[in-house]
Write a protein that binds this ligand. Structure first.
Ligand SMILES: [Zn+2]
Length: 371
C-alpha cells in the first residue's frame, strides 16, 4: 500500500479546515502527523522545474517517487534564464551556468506549482508540501506577493523557498539591486513567515566562491556573521538553511562543521535547521570515510536539526531523481538507525506537519471564502 489510510483522513480533515470556522478546529482536532513509515525518505528540497520552467508533469513525478519518496517539498525555480539571441543565438540555454544572459524572477512559477498540486487527488496531495518561491527578496513588496499567492490558492502552500540571497554566479546575474541578508525586505519576508507559520528554505552561501583559494588562512567565511545575525533577528521563523551554506564552488572550510555546530548548539538558533541535499554538497560529505564520519558525528549530536533533500531539478526518470539519495549512502550507513530515520523521514514530518497546520489555521482566519 503506497499511502496509509490515516493520511487520507488527515487530508480530508485538512480540506475541511480550510472552510471551517476556527472554533470548529477545536472540536475535530488538528491532525498530529502523517506517517511515511514504508518509504526510504521524505524529500525536503525538490525543484519540479528547471531554470526555463520545464520539468516533468506532476503525475509523472509521482511515479518517480513511487515507493521510495513518501512526501516532497515541492517548488519550481523562480529564477528564469533569459534566452538572449544577441548573446547565445540559437543555443537555447537551460541552466544558469550556460549563458551570460541574465536571470529574472518568474512569479508564474507559484501558479504553475499550485495548479499541478490541485490536479492531484487528495491522497496524492497529502504527499506534497508546495512552497512559494516567485518573489524578489530585495523587494519590500515581496510579502505582498506571498500573501496574494496564499489568497489565490488557499489550502495549498506550506512554506516559502528555496529562495536565494547569496549564491555563486546566480546573485550577480539578476539585474537590479543585489539581494542582501541585511535588506529590510528580507526581514519583512521572514516576519510574515513567522506570522503565518510558513516554513522557510533559504539558500545563502556561507562564503564567496573559491574562498580557500583566495585566503589560505582561516578567515571567517564571508557571510557567516550576516547569516547568524539574520537568524537571530527571526527567532520565531522556522528556517531550513539549505546545504549548510555550501555549494558547487563554496567548499567547506577546515572548521566548517565547527561553525555549523556552534549554530546548532546555541539556544538562540533553535529555530534553525539545515538540509543535506544537492550532489554538489554530497560530494563533500562522502569525499572520504573520515569526512563522512565527521558529518555523521555532528548529525548524531543534533539528530532533530538535519533534513534530507534531493535538490533534484526537473528529473526525467526515477534513477535520476534518486541519484543524490544513493550518493549519500555512506552517510546513511554511518548514522545510527534512529538518527538516519529522523534525517530521512521524521524531521520532515514534524516540521512540515506543524507548518501545514499553522498555515491552514492562519488561512481560516485571514482569507475570505469565495462565495
Ligand atoms: Zn540551493
Amino acid at each position: 500500500m503506497l499511502f496509509p489510510v490515516k493520511s487520507l483522513l488527515l487530508q480530508r480533515t485538512r480540506r475541511m479546515l480550510s472552510v471551517t470556522p476556527i472554533a470548529l478546529l477545536f472540536l475535530i482536532g488538528v491532525p498530529a502527523s502523517s506517517q511515511t513509515n514504508n518509504y526510504e525518505f521524505n524529500d525536503s528540497h525538490f525543484h519540479l522545474t528547471n531554470n526555463i520552467q520545464e520539468g516533468p508533469n506532476i503525475h509523472n513525478f509521482l511515479n518517480m517517487m513511487g515507493t521510495k519518496a513518501g512526501r516532497v517539498a515541492l517548488f519550481g525555480v523562480p529564477l528564469q534564464q533569459q534566452w538572449s539571441y544577441r548573446v547565445d543565438q540559437d543555443r537555447a540555454p537551460t541552466y544558469y551556468m550556460h549563458s551570460d544572459a541574465p536571470l529574472y524572477y518568474y512569479s508564474f512559477t507559484d501558479a504553475a506549482i499550485a495548479m499541478g498540486y490541485k490536479s492531484l487527488t487528495p491522497e496524492q496531495q497529502a504527499r506534497f508540501d508546495p512552497m512559494i518561491t516567485g518573489f524578489n527578496p530585495a523587494d519590500m513588496y515581496a510579502v505582498d506577493h506571498i500573501r496574494r499567492v496564499l489568497q489565490t490558492f488557499p489550502g495549498v502552500f506550506t512554506g516559502i523557498g528555496e529562495f536565494t540571497v547569496h549564491k555563486e554566479f546566480v546573485a550577480a546575474k539578476i539585474p537590479g539591486e543585489v539581494a542582501s541578508l541585511q535588506n529590510p525586505a528580507l526581514d519583512r519576508i521572514l516576519d510574515f513567515a513567522a506570522e503565518v507559520g510558513l516554513i522557510v528554505i533559504l539558500h545563502n552561501d556561507i562564503d564567496i566562491p573559491f574562498a580557500s583559494a583566495v585566503a589560505k588562512d582561516e578567515t571567517e567565511p564571508a557571510y557567516l556573521n550576516q547569516v547568524r545575525a539574520l537568524f537571530k533577528r527571526h527567532p520565531r521563523t522556522t528556517i531550513i538553511w539549505a546545504h549548510t551554506g555550501l555549494g558547487r564552488v563554496v567548499t567547506p572550510a577546515v572548521n566548517h562543521l565547527a561553525l555549523i555546530e556552534a549554530i546548532l548548539r546555541d539556544p538562540d538558533f533553535r529555530n534553525v535547521y539545515t538540509d543535506l541535499s544537492w550532489d554538489e554538497v554530497a560530494k563533500y560529505v562522502v569525499a572520504t570515510p573520515e569526512a563522512t564520519r565527521q558529518w555523521a558525528d555532528l548529525i548524531q549530536s543534533y539528530p532533530d536539526r538535519f533534513l534530507f533533500g534531493t535538490d533534484s531539478a526537473a528529473p526525467t526518470d526515477q534513477s535520476k531523481y534518486m541519484k543524490v539519495f544513493y550518493q549519500y549512502a555512506p552517510l546513511w550507513k554511518a548514522l545510527d538507525p534512529e538518527t538516519s530515520r529522523k534525517v530521512r523521514l521524521r524531521n520532515y514530518e514534524r516540521l512540515f506537519d506543524e507548518a501545514r497546520r499553522r498555515v491552514r489555521t492562519w488561512e481560516s482566519t485571514h482569507i475570505q471564502a469565495t462565495p
